[in-house]
Design a protein around this ligand. Structure first.
Ligand SMILES: [Cu+2]
Length: 154
């Protein structure tokens, strides 16, 4: 009987710890959380294997966007875009620096997240899950999960 009680106690404790873990994770990341607004994924044309996602990132402290992944594409790159001699040119950035309190806008015609090798067509009205990894000045990496709505291009 006593043994049963002890096993029960241990199981209860494990369940309690498991339930607590995500909460503490959220609590610690809250202090340094980057505010992500105006986020969306562009609906893609049939047959297109690449896509683009946009958002405004506002970090409370100097930090760097170092890595992005998504449920809808095999890989994600941070791109800048500019017009040179009437030709649109995109360039891959290894990372994107965020200044404390200064919103960094990823929007059509400028910075964007380029999605390569789409796993599924991007249809307006659906959602896409993204994970963004930020590195703070001390080198600590934090992850943030966001769900982006897919919207028509215009
Ligand atoms: Cu691009």
């Amino acid at each position: 009987m006593i043994l049963y009680k002890q096993i029960f106690k241990v199981l209860f404790l494990l369940a309690f710890l498991a339930a607590c873990e995500p909460k503490t994770g959220v609590a610690t990341s809250l202090a340094t959380e980057v505010k992500i607004t105006d986020s969306w994924v562009r609906e893609n044309a049939p047959g297109q294997s690449v896509g683009a996602a946009y958002m405004t990132l506002n970090s409370p402290q100097d930090s760097t966007l170092v890595y992005v992944e998504t449920s809808v594409a095999s890989s994600v790159e941070i791109h800048s875009m500019r017009i040179e001699n009437n030709v649109m040119k995109m360039r891959m950035l290894e990372e994107l620096s965020l200044k404390a309190g200064k919103p960094e806008k990823l929007a059509p015609g400028g910075l964007h997240l380029m999605l390569f090798d789409l796993k599924t067509p991007l249809k307006a009205g659906e959602n896409a899950a993204f994970k963004l990894c930020f590195k703070d000045q001390a080198g600590n990496i934090t992850h943030q999960n966001v769900t982006l709505p897919i919207k028509p291009a215009s």
